[in-house]
Design a protein around this ligand. Structure first.
Ligand code: NAI
Length: 320
């Protein structure tokens, strides 16, 4: 059966262009009432215009869909959410595509100014916080919410000249992971997506052929699925682009205890065990802070909170 969004209110921030626009159109096509938020900012975050959001709303309405425009910056999260409440009476039964807005102030790290840092954090990370916080209590009351945080491969892997953007984007993953935990009991799911798509920013650095293969419409279906009530995914990180979608997770090496009984812990001991510390044979895939090796109770005979690896069952060599 086709996935419907009939009766849902969806807010897509920064949806006057790029990926956000495509999400807004796709949600509306499937019956959602859409709030098209866009400040109409230029690439560096300057300027303001209602034209971008208005154009997308017109497009949606021309196809018979329901949409309203909102021109507030995501830094005014309360106002953005209020516009959804004013237009559609609710935001609780909603899906929130956060940080679909984009500004960049790329500089090599040494040349990154206070303003380059603050502006990117204000818009991306604080913006995501303000918009989501404003919607949170409504979602809790309705016992339904789907939130997508838009991260970036630059945040996951790092990227030359994007220290500010990388830090803000990965900050959003941390935010998303915690919201996934706090929202779980209220049927509020929060996932993070690192998209790749041709846009006004990427088209300056990509060939026309590559831009053509990276249409935003190849990312939108993933966002719709994650936002649908049938989707139970929560607290996950995905990459998507050109029709490809993949999921990412953490991996932790078995590690090893470098501390010796009755001995000071030394950098030499760390050096000598380095290969073992970094050996991913039999790695685990941690998904929460619970059961962390250094805090979990082990089967150590001394029954203390230390991960003893091989020394675990040997009272003579156990360092605890
Ligand atoms: P885009 O630059 O094409 O569109 C972003 C929209 O956000 C613009 O219409 C702009 O007016 C609006 N905007 C800027 N500041 C705003 C603010 N304070 N409040 C409300 N709206 C604001 O962006 P694109 O490429 O579609 O990116 C969407 C998201 O995906 C961004 O978060 C970006 O960082 C992320 N992303 C995109 C990638 C790509 O390949 N396009 C790669 C990795 C991440």
């Amino acid at each position: 059966m086709a996935l419907s969004f009939e009766g849902r209110v969806v807010l897509v921030t920064g949806s006057g262009g790029g990926l956000g626009r495509e999400y807004a159109l796709a949600f509306a096509e499937r019956g959602a009432s859409v709030v098209v938020n866009d400040l109409g900012a230029d690439i560096k975050g300057g300027g303001k215009s209602s034209a971008a959001a208005d154009k997308v709303v017109e497009e949606i309405r021309a196809k018979g869909g329901k949409a309203v425009a909102n021109y507030d910056s995501v830094e005014d999260g309360e106002k953005v959410i209020q516009s959804a409440l004013d237009a559609f009476g609710r935001i609780g039964e909603n899906c929130l595509c956060v940080a679909t807005y984009r500004i960049l102030r790329d500089r090599s790290f040494a040349r990154t100014s206070d303003l380059d840092w603050d502006l990117i954090h204000r818009v991306h990370l604080r913006g995501a916080f303000f918009v989501t916080r404003a919607a949170w209590s409504h979602m809790k009351k309705q016992k339904f919410g789907r939130i997508i945080m838009t991260a970036s491969a630059a945040g996951i892997y790092g990227n030359f000249g994007q220290a500010n953007y990388s830090a803000a984007k990965l900050g959003m993953l941390g935010l998303s992971n915690t919201l996934a935990i706090e929202g779980r009991n209220y049927n509020i799911h929060c996932n993070t997506l690192a998209p790749v798509a041709g846009s006004r920013l990427t088209e300056t650095v990509m060939t026309p052929e590559l831009v053509a293969s990276l249409k935003p419409e190849y990312v939108a279906p993933m966002v719709l699925w994650l936002c649908h009530e049938q989707c139970q995914e929560n607290g996950a990180l995905f990459e998507a682009g050109a029709g490809w979608i993949g999921k990412l997770r953490w991996e932790r090496s078995q590690g090893c205890v470098v501390r010796q009984k009755n001995q000071p812990m030394t950098p030499e001991a760390v050096r000598d065990q380095w290969d073992k510390i970094c050996d991913f044979t039999d790695a685990t895939k941690p998904t929460s802070v619970q059961g962390h090796p250094v805090t979990k109770k082990t089967n150590c005979l001394h029954n203390v909170s230390l991960h003893c690896t091989e020394q675990r069952y040997n009272p003579r060599t156990c360092v605890c």
